[in-house]
Design a protein around this ligand. Structure first.
Ligand SMILES: Nc1ncnc2c1ncn2[C@@H]1O[C@H](COP(=O)(O)OP(=O)(O)OP(=O)(O)O)[C@@H](O)[C@H]1O
Ligand SMILES: [Mg+2]
Length: 376
């Protein structure tokens, strides 16, 4: 039953199968002087669901008893659509603590006992429910903005890295190599016994060191092996680099999958997560062994990076917000979540660290995660 529109009125959906109770609640609502209410009455379960999901209401008053169903059935059906539906206040004939708890767990905004409700109580409960929903909607909106900004930040970061890597490779790297060849050429023409021959010779290893450093920096920024040969080759290359820079740590890798099983859009994400996690193993873990594995099974694509080092308190580290706290773990988490993955970081002091990310595959869901800075 649709009411006549009332200007600036709060739109109430009243789900109630008993006409006498409908009259009682309607009477209470019309008795409230501080606000005006426009009440729509839904009597049956299906009609109630339809109005809840497709109607445009500020609040819903839901009777616990609803013919053969009850209010909890309605709540359960619409529980996953929390943000699209109005806040729901459950009304019941008598106080039932268990039902109250269950209703709250299922997303009810409040729980009122019908024969004890006064107009003041009803007005306040409706006002609080609407205000809380507004704050939650605003929070959700800023979370969405934050997600968008972090995704954009990752894209910008990757583009910058790519640009700097190209500059280093095409300019500085080439120039240093040319200087080194020129010096070698000059050395070949130095007359035997010339006093400056030794000085010139000493420059060669320095130049070679500079060439190697530049190469290392641009491959870290954007490894061409990832673009040219794919994620398996990139992880293998990175593991070798890691072992030669960290002689005390043995890296065991397991890459039991075909390159084609990894969606292109995830390859860079996976590589950056491995890089960040391995940087942490090198910098903080004192480990003797690191495990890197990438595999596919019924659960989807699974990446695991683990070490047998010192471990740490994950909750404490992840909740630090000072400017001195690191960004690595947060960036791992963000990259995983923005690309549609579920991440678990398991660690505690004294028992190593395990980072596991799962991406669902199939049905096209993980093949189109949000872009994180260019598909290789
Ligand atoms: N594998 C690990 N073993 C032991 N401690 C770790 C490990 N990974 C992270 N930590 C701890 O968690 C902290 C946070 O790591 P995170 O990567 O976020 O920051 P960071 O490495 O300190 O700095 P950044 O990564 O920004 O250069 C580290 O400082 C370290 O104390
Ligand atoms: Mg780090």
């Amino acid at each position: 039953m649709s009411p006549l529109p009332v200007e600036n009125a709060i739109k109430v959906l009243l789900i109630e199968d008993d006409e006498e109770d409908f009259i009682l609640i309607h009477h209470l609502l019309t008795g409230i002087k501080s606000s005006r209410y426009e009440t729509t009455w839904a009597q049956e379960y299906e009609e109630a669901l339809d109005e809840l999901m497709h109607g445009c209401y500020d609040v819903c008053l839901l009777d616990y008893r609803l013919g053969p169903r009850n209010g909890l059935d309605v709540l359960h059906r619409v529980q996953d659509c929390y943000y699209e539906r109005p806040p729901i206040i459950v009304l019941t004939g008598q106080g039932d603590y268990e039902v109250d708890l269950e209703a709250m767990k299922s997303g009810a905004a409040d729980f009122l006992v019908k024969d004890r409700i006064t107009d003041t109580m009803l007005e306040r409960s409706i006002r609080y429910a609407i205000d809380r929903k507004k704050s939650e909607d605003a929070l959700r909106e800023s979370e969405k903005q934050l997600d968008y900004l972090s995704a954009q930040l990752l894209v910008v970061q990757e583009n910058e890295r790519r640009k700097v890597a190209a500059e280093l490779h095409d300019n500085l790297g080439q120039v240093l190599t040319a200087i080194k060849y020129n010096i070698e050429g000059v050395m070949n023409r130095v007359p035997p016994g010339a006093s400056f021959a030794g000085d010139l010779e000493a420059v060669i290893p320095l130049m070679q060191g500079a060439v190697d450093s530049v190469r290392r920096i641009y491959t870290q920024l954007r490894p061409s092996v990832l673009d040219d040969l794919g994620i398996k080759a990139a992880i293998s290359w990175y593991s070798r680099e890691f072992e030669s820079a960290n002689e005390q740590i043995v890296v065991a890798k397991e890459l039991d999958l075909n390159e084609e099983q990894v969606p292109d859009s995830l390859k860079l994400v996976i590589f950056r997560i491995v890089q960040e996690a391995m940087d942490n193993i090198s910098a903080h873990s004192c480990a003797s062994r690191a495990d890197v594995s990438l595999s596919v099974d019924d659960g989807g694509l699974r990446l695991r990076i683990a070490d047998d080092g010192t471990g740490f308190d994950v909750t404490a580290k992840m909740s630090q917000t000072s400017s001195s706290s690191g960004l690595g773990l947060r960036s791992i988490k963000r990259r995983a979540e923005l690309s549609g993955g579920a991440i678990r970081i398991v660690s505690k002091p004294g028992s190593g660290t395990d980072i596991i990310v799962n991406w669902p595959l199939g049905l096209g869901n993980a093949t189109a995660p949000k872009n994180q800075g260019g598909t290789p």
